[in-house]
Design a protein around this ligand. Structure first.
Ligand SMILES: Nc1ncnc2c1ncn2[C@@H]1O[C@H](COP(=O)(O)OP(=O)(O)OP(=O)(O)O)[C@@H](O)[C@H]1O
Length: 258
């Protein structure tokens, strides 16, 4: 299903950003709705990560504004979590899976007596209930990613920002993690803004794809992805709509690079 009709949760309102005297983004304007999965693509250095930093409050726009749940972003918020590519470094190695989730609950001040149930429920939600006592080094990459997501949910985040999370992985692992993320997003109702270099990954995952021009980063096109869900690594990638959109986006990226 594409074109989610929920309320708008992320709004870029004519966002411009200068850093160190350089114009990094210009006139960026788009919305992401509740539960939507939006992918951002574009050449290296075009400002994809910058958009995530603007949503997470790590950067403040020079002009325009970014809003989350109708509120102007002016710093980090618990509603928004960044899922890092380097799973192993994002988790505390000396804490078990349960301990890593507990940390987020401790941070929001949840009393100890309530924590165990909540940890169990969150680990269950991401399919790690049987691995609560394991340390991150004993978990696969996919499990570590799910643990990061459980921790994000524990902190109360309903918006996940993912920055090329599968960049360094082999094709098979990448595909299985793509499916895990889609399943988790569907199960939790999270809103996802996902940065990738990979056009086909963007098409496979997204409800919409935002393609950026470089220097400065600005929107080239926003494309709806009307492919049915759940998606399937074989059949979705063979659908005529997928192939058509792939051709269209490749053409667009060639134009952008020309
Ligand atoms: N703190 C900063 N000061 C000055 N320039 C910056 C800063 N942070 C990012 N930039 C510049 O902003 C531009 C966009 O960077 P960004 O990391 O958002 O691009 P990207 O599209 O995510 O790139 P990649 O695909 O290579 O990760 C780049 O030219 C980068 O050099």
């Amino acid at each position: 299903m594409s074109g989610k009709s929920g309320s708008v949760v992320i709004e870029f309102r004519d966002v411009g950003l200068y850093l160190g005297g350089k114009e990094i983004t210009q006139n960026v304007e788009f919305n992401v709705r509740k539960g939507e999965f939006v992918c951002v693509i574009g050449a290296s250095g075009c400002g994809k990560t910058t958009l995530l930093r603007l949503v997470s409050g790590l950067y403040q726009p020079t002009t325009g504004s970014v809003h989350v749940d109708g509120k102007k972003v002016d710093g980090p918020s618990r509603d928004v979590a960044i899922v890092f590519q380097d799973y192993s470094r994002a988790l505390l190695p000396w804490r078990t899976a349960a301990g890593n989730v507990s940390l987020a609950l401790e941070a929001i001040g949840m009393p100890r007596a309530e924590r165990a149930d909540r940890i169990h429920a969150l680990l269950g939600k991401v399919g790690l209930a049987q691995h609560a006592a394991k340390y991150p080094s004993q978990l696969s990459g996919g499990m570590q990613q799910r643990l990061q997501i459980a921790r994000s949910l524990a902190q109360g985040a309903s918006i996940l920002l993912m920055d090329e999370p599968f960049g360094a992985l082999d094709a098979m692992t990448r595909q299985s993690l793509q499916d895990e993320v889609l399943e988790l997003a569907a199960d939790t109702g999270a809103t996802v803004l996902f940065v990738t270099h990979d056009l086909e990954e963007a098409l496979y995952l997204g409800d919409r794809v935002v393609a950026l021009y470089s220097n400065p980063g600005r929107i080239a096109r926003i494309v709806d992805i009307p492919l049915t869900r759940p998606r399937n690594q074989l059949s979705t990638r063979e659908e005529p709509d997928f192939l058509h959109l792939r051709r269209e986006l490749f053409g667009l990226m060639e134009e952008i690079h020309a």
